[in-house]
Ligand binder design. Structure first.
Ligand SMILES: NC(=O)c1ccc[n+]([C@@H]2O[C@H](COP(=O)([O-])OP(=O)(O)OC[C@H]3O[C@@H](n4cnc5c(N)ncnc54)[C@H](O)[C@@H]3O)[C@@H](O)[C@H]2O)c1
Length: 282
């Protein structure tokens, strides 16, 4: 089966980036979002990015216009008809499964459902969906149009067709797909957990402050220090991943989430998306 159309659900940080990536790669793309204000913000942000790419000579005016024409923005689920659905909605398994079931009722039996979840077991989502063999994880990284890696996360239910289709799609999106089995944090978020948590621990213990820590790690070759990276990801999302990995691995002390993350959530300082996290953004 060839993929012609992609429906991206959720137009927040990740969804808008995935939709842009899909349209730039030539796919008819539907961007579905419950909140019309978020949908409008996504349209503005995608069009602004495409304009910047054109101004820098990275795409032609024609490519810019074609990409814009390929994206349909909607808050009406009935217009979500596509070969594959990539969800980037709220990080709740029940919400993701409910969305997939709703979409399944509106689409062909062979439509594929991919979740961009960073922290939930994909198996838990699949179990709640009719025909779980067509549910898979397709984990993009932030910012989605730039980051090359996509983790293709297989559950015990996922069939070979779904894996092959999503792996090939990732390639057509000019990404590098890496296959893994469903497990806490998949590959990257598991490996990266100590990067954030040890940095938070050093600040909790008063050993150093977050600005200095970012500077040191950037000076040693990391592209972004842990605090800048947490602000980019979103402190809510990063905390959810920390909690999920910790719980799923039976609460090891070394991976215990930090109270600093909790405090960021309570105070609404979620990072770039709210204008303030560890740093301030205008
Ligand atoms: N932020 C990151 O760096 C990052 C990286 C990789 C994966 N993810 C994952 O991507 C998903 C989205 O994260 P985000 O940071 O883009 O979140 P976000 O809060 O920026 O966006 C989520 C959007 O989904 C919308 N939404 C909620 N329920 C919906 C529904 N039923 N139908 C349609 N739209 C709905 C919300 O209105 C919101 O605009 C999460 O599963 C997260 O774990 C995030």
């Amino acid at each position: 089966m060839e993929i012609h159309s992609i429906c991206v659900c959720g137009a927040g940080t990740m969804g808008s980036g995935i939709a842009q990536t899909s349209a730039q790669a030539g796919f008819i793309t539907i961007l579905y979002e419950l909140n019309p204000a978020v949908l409008e913000k996504a349209r503005n942000s995608i069009e602004k990015t495409l304009q910047q790419l054109k101004d820098k000579g990275k795409i032609t005016g024609e490519q810019q216009q074609e990409t814009i024409r390929r994206i349909r923005y909607t808050d009406d689920i009935r217009s979500c008809q596509a070969d594959i659905f990539i969800e980037a909605i709220v990080e709740k398994a029940a919400a993701k499964a409910a969305l997939f079931n709703q979409l399944a009722g509106l689409n062909q039996i062979d439509a594929v459902f991919a979740s961009n979840t960073s922290s939930l077991p994909v198996t838990q989502i699949a179990q709640q969906v009719e025909h779980p063999e067509r549910v898979i994880g397709m984990h993009f990284f932030n910012p989605a149009p730039v980051m090359k890696l996509v983790e293709v996360v297989n559950t015990p239910f996922t069939n070979a067709r779904t894996t092959a289709l999503v792996t090939e799609l990732a390639r057509q999106l000019h990404k590098v797909p890496v296959s893994c089995t469903d497990s806490p944090g998949f590959i990257v978020n598991r490996v990266a957990r100590p990067y954030y948590l040890e940095a938070l621990r050093l600040v909790e213990e008063g050993v150093t402050d977050f600005v200095q820590l970012d500077r040191i790690l950037e000076a040693t070759g990391f592209k972004m220090g842990p605090f800048k990276l947490m602000d980019l990801i979103g402190n809510d999302i990063n905390y959810a991943v920390s909690c999920s990995v910790w719980e799923q691995l039976n609460r090891p002390e070394r991976l215990k989430p930090s109270f600093i993350q909790e405090e960021k959530l309570r105070s609404g300082r979620l990072g770039k998306k709210t204008g303030e996290g560890f740093y301030k953004y205008n």
